[in-house]
Design a protein. Structure first.
Length: 81
């Protein structure tokens, strides 16, 4: 059985402009949704999340993002105590 990412990519290739998500007056086509998912996966990968690993809140709290637009993250500074 194909995974969700493969199904999304396949649908985006076949029907890029078909509505995939509708929220209020905002409509995302499958191509936009696929691009968004790829960016989200890249941000998760940058924080150390890998396929098959669980997500724990410590991933979020142990890192801080300097820029919400670039997704550039760095470890929290350690105290000098």
């Amino acid at each position: 059985m194909p995974d969700l990412a493969s199904l999304l990519a396949d649908t985006a290739a076949r029907h890029p402009d078909r509505p995939a998500v509708v929220l209020d007056d905002r409509v995302l086509g499958y191509a936009e949704l696929d691009a968004f998912a790829a960016r989200a996966a890249g941000l998760l990968h940058a924080t150390g999340v890998r396929a098959g690993t669980g997500w724990r809140s410590s991933h979020r709290t142990s890192r801080r993002c300097r820029s919400r637009t670039t997704g550039s993250c760095a470890p929290e500074p350690r105290s000098s105590r």
